[in-house]
Ligand binder design. Structure first.
Ligand SMILES: Cc1ncc(COP(=O)(O)O)c(C=O)c1O
Length: 364
């Protein structure tokens, strides 16, 4: 387990044993030979990309994927030397840095190939790239029609080497499986066509977390789990849930307690009025720390394992909760915003639900 110093009143804890547990859970769905490319984009979904990548590398993971060039460079500068795939769009002016940091691009647009070949021309061997196929996400990727002329491009048999072929599934966690099956069918046909053109494609990948659980036909040689590594899933209720452990906890410390009379109000714009004498605990965390302002008068936190409702507007660096029903509460007590406390728990998916979003977006 790593933790920010508990000398800090507000801190996140990242449980690396839970991460390792989730990784083995994911690996349990895979056939021999199929490997995990861990998705550590968006700072590993808020968990700290460098620490998560090092921890996964110690568990044998030898391939990571990020969204942007900058995220890839951050990992390289932190000593991650294994292959890193950049999933997101790249621009000509980024290609020199991409090559300098040995990052593998996912190509969705043939217009960038000459500039990439130019940037890679001092490399001793052809530069590895992955091609993305658009099969229904409506985002990045070559349509089947765009792919045909691309495969004739001599750069793909010269300065560049197509190591991987991928697509992204739009509805792997939806209740109806038909769209995913259609996407996988389109992808399989394209894969066969590309292989017939003489490209060996050692790495083929389509599966995000939900597809790993539900569609073994999506596994190919690599899978790309993100959210399940961090302990969450968004599968339909009818699907047996994987046995995951949430990785991140978020805690703070009571900074101040005051009692306000009936009719007293709390925080900006006085959106909470006490209907009884009310004990208010002031917490040193606010929306500048990622604790969403949409939790105002909506969410709860755990104190002594009991739920204390948030009252008034969440401020930039403070949040107030009603502790009237949890006597006796003292300054200095630990408050759990995400995590377990005395047998109770509030996890990021519940917090996300309170504010109408998904656990992908909300990690505090
Ligand atoms: C291309 C790609 N692959 C894989 C993932 C991981 O998805 P999940 O977190 O659902 O496993 C993402 C995340 O959005 C992605 O953009």
């Amino acid at each position: 387990m790593t933790a920010a110093s508990t000398l800090l009143p507000t801190y996140a804890t990242v449980n690396l044993s839970a991460l390792a547990h989730n990784l083995s859970c994911i690996q349990g769905y895979l056939s021999p030979g199929c490997e995990v490319m861990a998705i550590v984009k968006a700072n590993a979904y808020g968990h700290g990309a460098v620490e998560i990548a090092h921890a996964l590398a110690r568990k044998g993971i030898g391939r990571f994927a990020v969204a942007s060039l900058e995220e890839g460079i951050t990992l390289r500068q932190a000593g991650v030397s294994t292959p890193i795939v950049v999933l997101g769009a790249l621009f000509d002016q980024q290609l020199a840095d991409l090559v300098a940091h040995r990052l593998t691009p996912v190509i969705s647009n043939g217009l960038i190939l000459p500039a990439l070949a130019q940037a890679a021309n001092s490399q001793p061997s052809p530069y590895q790239i992955h091609l993305k196929i658009e099969t229904g996400m409506g985002r990045l990727g070559f349509s089947p029609d765009e792919l045909r002329p691309l495969l004739d491009n001599p750069l793909l048999r010269g300065a560049l080497h197509v190591e991987g072929l991928m697509t992204h599934l739009a509805d792997a966690d939806g209740t109806d499986t038909s769209f995913t099956e259609r996407q996988l069918g389109v992808f399989q046909a394209i894969l066969e066509q590309v292989r017939r053109r003489g490209l060996s494609l050692p790495l083929v990948h389509t599966a995000n977390s939900a597809a790993i659980v539900r569609f073994s036909a999506s596994h190919y040689s690599l899978v790309r789990p993100g959210i399940m590594l961090y302990g969450y899933q968004t599968l339909p209720a009818a699907i047996p849930a994987p046995d995951l452990q949430q990785v991140l906890s978020l805690r703070t410390t009571i900074a101040h307690i005051r009692t306000i009379p009936r009719g007293g109000t709390v925080s900006y714009n006085r959106t909470f009025t006490a209907s009884r004498p009310t004990r208010i605990a002031v917490l040193p965390i606010g929306y500048a720390d990622g604790y969403s302002r949409q939790l105002s008068n909506r969410g709860s936190v755990l104190i002594q394992g009991r739920r204390a409702p948030i009252v008034g507007l969440v401020c930039m660096d403070m949040t107030m909760v009603d502790v009237t029903d949890i006597p006796p509460v003292e300054v200095g007590e630990t408050v759990t915003l995400i995590g377990q406390q005395a047998g109770a728990a509030i996890w990021a998916d519940e917090v996300a639900d309170w504010i109408g979003t998904i656990p992908y977006e909300y990690y505090g």
